[in-house]
Design a protein. Structure first.
Length: 207
């Protein structure tokens, strides 16, 4: 009985359409570009600014402030005692996204997951090379480099500090919400439209 279940699982995985071609040609380059752009900005900030130094980037819109964030996104939990918890949650977030990415076969959800994964992965790996920050007289490693602060105050926006990877995560969440709305709309589509979409999906599988 158990052997049959394992055999069926293996057969199911072999016949499953993972959309590897789309993931390798489209999704992976998107992730690579987003991760690289985030790392380049972080490296430039670390190389040219001192921690807590501020600069005006776009007057009245966006400023630079180099800070090592020991907490979660947007500097909301910036304290050393929460560092282990933050890294653990970030690792789980990335691990789950990798598993989801492998099994997704809807192109719009693959792109969404790619953007989310780029943000989460970039911040997680960046914690490995980020410089130490001094807290209570001690050097603490494992933080992430943040640098952007809004130059205007809308619902407390000027109090947040973030990096590109944080933006990628938020953009991914926004696109995911849009994809979810599309899925809901598709449920209520007329049957003829659904049949046309099925034919398009079949053609995608063949390609």
């Amino acid at each position: 009985m158990f052997k049959n279940k394992i055999s069926n699982l293996i057969l199911g995985l072999k016949s499953y359409n993972f959309k590897w071609k789309f993931k390798l040609i489209v999704a992976t380059p998107i992730m690579s570009f987003l991760i690289l752009s985030d790392w380049i900005i972080k490296w430039v900030v670390v190389a040219t600014m001192k921690e807590n130094e501020s600069k005006t980037l776009i007057n009245g819109f966006l400023n630079l402030q180099y800070k090592i964030n020991l907490g979660s996104a947007y500097g909301r939990a910036d304290y050393a005692e929460g560092l282990a918890k933050t890294i653990t949650l970030a690792t789980l977030f990335v691990a789950v996204l990798i598993i989801v990415f492998i099994f997704l076969n809807d192109k719009k959800w693959i792109i969404t997951c790619s953007i989310l994964l780029a943000g989460g992965f970039a911040n997680l790996l960046a914690r490995a090379w980020a410089p130490a920050t001094i807290r209570d007289g001690q050097e603490i490693y494992g933080g992430v480099v943040d640098m952007f602060v809004w130059g205007f105050n809308f619902l407390g926006s000027s109090g947040y500090i973030f990096n590109l990877a944080d933006m990628w995560v938020n953009i991914g969440v926004g696109i995911g919400a849009l994809c979810f709305i599309i899925e809901i709309v598709n449920i209520f589509k007329p049957k003829k439209e659904k049949e046309i979409n099925k034919e398009v999906d079949k053609n995608d599988v063949k390609s």
